[in-house]
Ligand binder design. Structure first.
Ligand SMILES: Nc1ncnc2c1ncn2[C@@H]1O[C@H](COP(=O)(O)OP(=O)(O)OP(=O)(O)O)[C@@H](O)[C@H]1O
Ligand SMILES: [Mg+2]
Length: 474
């Protein structure tokens, strides 16, 4: 607005109104009163058409009397006989000339008006007390004012939009929400970590970053679930694509392997398999190949560079994945894997896209349902849970994935402290034989600092065996 407004300059004059005073005090007083009353009428005349037209004619201005009239402001100070006249114009010089000319013309006009018919001295007269000078700075635009108004307006608009966005936001963002919709506890909150886009697998041996700790916490929490009948065949699924299922499956398998469990990771996504790519494995021989009888299970299982982790990729993409996954052979294969390994982690397809994940879920011990923080919509999640329930499966637990980092500095401190321990802490410690169940069972799974601290502390109380860490929670 400041840039597009034409600058206007303002010139001012001051007029003094006096009346022919008598000699007595009363006369003087009355004369004064008379002038004050006059002043009101004079301000009207100053802003009137007649005077404007006379000024236009006299100065030869390129405007009409009406146009000039709108640029003239006259105001009387209360209880005085002074009139302030202000004229605005694009040119500072012309503003001064107009102000002065109006004032001079007004002096003449008053003399004409106030002179009695008989030609005696006029009853009142006006003197130009202060003449106009060339104004240095424009009065319009008022840059400071405009900036303040812009700022205030922007602020209100911004806050308004933020509130509106929040009101319209129907994504899952809170643990309570996730629990309500899935009907299962939140056992983990995996932070967003850009590094995972390049290398999905976390090097748990040397990594103590927030995401590594989040997976360790997920491992611990999983062990609290269904303690009488711990789930060993776990299907990982979510409502829609790209919510971090495969990445979470890989790292859950790795973190379980880190705790010296014998883990097999199965790619149950026979439509868009990704484990082979994420882990640099052979993708053509796998789950589907074993089911079709082309190869034996032992031939299809692939050892990885990670100790304790074996992978069964999805194999060649079959034309009928749902049918294949729902077959008796598939169930038998999962049972065989269960007998060979401590944990069978099955990556799968999104629930809303195809039925594959629900079919796998029916054959598994438990389903871990993933919701991408701030992306997965509540109704999508609700429908996903419904499709699980349709096959008689219930989510075992829920996990938030790709939670944007907030206040990460406190974690950094903590993990550095417990992970890269100073010399005193580095000395091998005897494991305090506190059973894990003595710890309170976390219910919300949020990365509560104190919880994370106690857990990290307990997990780092390690005794080194064969160069690998043995963790207390195992
Ligand atoms: N914690 C994370 N932090 C940052 N990026 C992540 C995280 N988890 C997953 N990603 C990225 O998000 C994208 C989708 O992840 P992923 O392939 O694991 O999802 P998905 O649910 O298995 O997808 P699909 O439904 O296609 O199988 C990938 O680019 C992955 O690198
Ligand atoms: Mg995937």
């Amino acid at each position: 607005m400041t840039l597009v407004t034409t600058p206007m300059y303002q010139a001012t004059t001051r007029l003094f109104v006096s009346t022919t005073a008598g000699n007595s005090v009363t006369d003087i007083y009355q004369g004064n009163r008379f002038s004050q009353e006059r002043v009101i009428s004079y301000t009207e005349l100053l802003m009137g058409q007649t005077l404007a037209q006379r000024t236009v004619d006299k100065l030869g201005l390129p405007m009409t009397g009406d146009q000039l009239k709108s640029r003239v402001k006259a105001s009387a100070k209360p209880d005085t006989v002074l009139i302030d006249l202000a004229v605005q114009d694009e040119s500072p010089v012309r503003a001064r000339d107009i102000a002065n000319t109006i004032s001079d013309e007004f002096v003449v006009m008053v003399r004409e008006l106030e002179t009695p018919e008989n030609g005696s001295t006029p009853d009142a007269r006006v003197v130009v007390e202060q003449r106009a000078s060339i104004p240095a700075d424009p009065v319009v635009p008022r840059t400071g004012m405009n900036l303040m108004a812009g700022l205030a307006f922007g602020l209100v608009l911004g806050v308004g939009l933020a509130v509106l966005r929040d009101l319209l936001d129907n994504t899952v963002k809170e643990a309570k929400n996730l629990e309500d919709i899935t009907g299962a506890g939140v056992v983990g909150t995996i932070p967003l970590d850009k590094e995972r886009r390049k290398t999905p697998a976390i090097a748990f041996e040397s990594d103590n970053s927030a995401i590594a700790e989040a997976f360790r916490k997920l491992r611990t929490n999983l062990q609290f679930l269904a303690v009488d009948n711990p789930p060993r065949v776990i299907v990982i699924t979510s409502s829609v694509p790209s919510e971090g299922k495969s990445t979470t499956a890989i790292n859950l398998a790795l973190v379980l392997a880190e705790a010296e469990h014998n883990v097999v990771l199965v790619d149950g996504d026979m439509r868009r398999p990704s484990l082979d790519k994420y882990l640099d494995l052979v993708g053509t021989v796998g789950f589907s190949s074993v089911l079709s009888g082309a190869v034996s299970l032992d031939e299809a299982l692939q050892k990885t560079r990670f100790p304790g982790l074996t992978v069964l990729t999805s194999g060649a993409i079959p034309p009928n994945p749902s049918e294949l996954l729902g077959s008796q052979s598939a169930r038998m294969l999962l049972n065989e894997l269960r007998s060979k390994f401590d944990y069978v982690i099955v990556d799968s397809t999104p629930l809303l896209a195809v039925t594959d994940a629900a079919i796998l879920a029916a054959a598994a011990d438990g389903v871990l349902i993933i919701a991408r923080h701030g992306h997965t919509k509540r109704d999508q999640l609700a429908h996903a849970v419904e499709s699980l329930q349709n096959v008689g499966a219930q989510p075992l637990a829920a996990v938030f994935s790709m939670m944007p980092a907030r206040g990460s500095s406190s974690y950094t401190y903590q993990y550095t402290y417990y992970g890269e321990a100073p010399n005193a802490l580095r000395a091998p410690k005897k494991v305090a034989a506190a059973p894990p169940t003595s710890k309170p069972v976390p219910t919300d799974g949020a990365l509560d600092t104190s919880d994370a601290a106690s857990q990290s502390a307990s997990e780092t109380e390690t005794s080194r065996s064969g160069g690998r860490r043995r963790r207390q929670d195992d």
